[in-house]
Every structure is written in structure tokens, then in C-alpha cells.
Design a binder for this molecule. Structure first.
Ligand code: FE2
Ligand code: FE2
Length: 171
């Protein structure tokens, strides 16, 4: 928890801790996602969404809990053999919020707002009913974009270093 407590404020951690310290939730540290793990991604989304909700005087407790659990599906997305990647991605967009909600209900007490956040975070696949769920959807998409672009720039940097190395060897 030490490096985590440097990144997030006290209120956020007091609400998040019972969830993120749960042994099932800890499994998300092993599941790769975008440029890191599902664990890092969910914490980032929850903190970003909480900061917006705080400014708008919304339900910060439910948004932290719901956003932490929005991707609590506990598996690594994998394209099935001989299936089209786009079709598989759409299928995953439909499927994983349902699995996340089922897991959340199995391991935690979930209120209506938290259910809305988890179930509908993949807009336009789901349709958020509350402002908290809309904010989480927004935070999720914004962060995913940032995470993908970080990964892309890292990939390009590695490629250019490799290219420079090879051209150097060839003289
Ligand atoms: Fe998701
Ligand atoms: Fe997400």
C-alpha cells in the first residue's frame, strides 16, 4: 500500500481500501490491460472519476466503489482462434461488464448506483442512468486513450532505438 498512498488522497484510500485489499481484487494485479494491469487501470479510473464527482458534489463514495469494480471481470481478454478481432472486441464490450457485476455482487455489497456504474460503463454498449455512471464512463474512456497512447509511444520509441542500433551496426 505504500506506493499507492503516495498517489491518492486519504479519503479516497479510506473508501478504496476494503475493496483493493480483498484477495480477489488483488488478482487484478496479474491481469495485463492497456499499458499496465487491470488493477492500475481501475484505480486510475476511480480516482479520476472521484475527483470530478467531488467537484460536482455527487456521491463520491459510490463512484469510488463502482469505478473500482467497473472492470472486476478477472480474466484476460483473448481473441478466440479463427474469430474476427473486431467481433471479439464487441463481444468483450458486452460481456465483461456483466461478469464484473456478478463478481462484484459475489464479493461485495453493491448499491444501485454502483450497479449502474459497473453495468453501463461501456457506453454506447450500456446506457448510464446516473451522473456518477456517466462520469465513470468518461473517466474510463479518457484514461484508456491515455494508456493506449503511452503504449503506442513506448512501442515507437523501442522501434526507433532498435532501428538506430541496426543502422549503427551496418555503419
Ligand atoms: Fe471495461
Ligand atoms: Fe475500464
Amino acid at each position: 500500500m505504500e506506493h499507492i498512498s503516495l498517489k491518492y488522497d486519504e479519503f479516497f484510500l479510506s473508501i478504496a481500501e476494503p475493496i483493493i485489499e480483498h484477495e480477489k481484487y488483488q488478482q487484478m494485479k496479474q491481469i495485463p490491460h492497456h499499458n499496465g494491469t487491470v488493477f492500475d487501470h481501475c484505480l486510475g479510473v476511480a480516482y479520476y472519476a472521484y475527483k470530478i464527482a467531488y467537484k460536482l458534489n455527487l456521491d463520491t463514495v459510490s463512484i469510488i466503489r463502482g469505478a473500482l469494480l467497473h472492470d472486476f471481470y478477472l480474466y484476460k481478454f483473448k481473441k478466440r482462434e479463427k474469430k474476427n478481432l473486431l467481433a471479439e472486441s464487441i463481444r468483450h464490450s458486452h460481456h465483461h461488464p456483466k461478469v464484473a457485476l456478478k463478481n462484484a455482487k459475489t464479493h461485495f455489497e453493491i448499491n444501485e448506483l454502483e450497479e449502474d456504474i459497473i453495468k453501463n460503463h461501456m457506453f454506447p454498449v450500456g446506457l448510464p442512468k446516473s451522473r456518477e455512471a456517466w462520469i465513470t464512463t468518461f473517466a474510463d474512456k479518457t484514461l484508456a486513450l491515455f494508456e493506449y497512447s503511452t503504449r503506442f509511444f513506448f512501442y515507437m520509441r523501442v522501434k526507433s532505438i532498435r532501428f538506430a542500433y541496426i543502422t549503427n551496426i551496418l555503419g
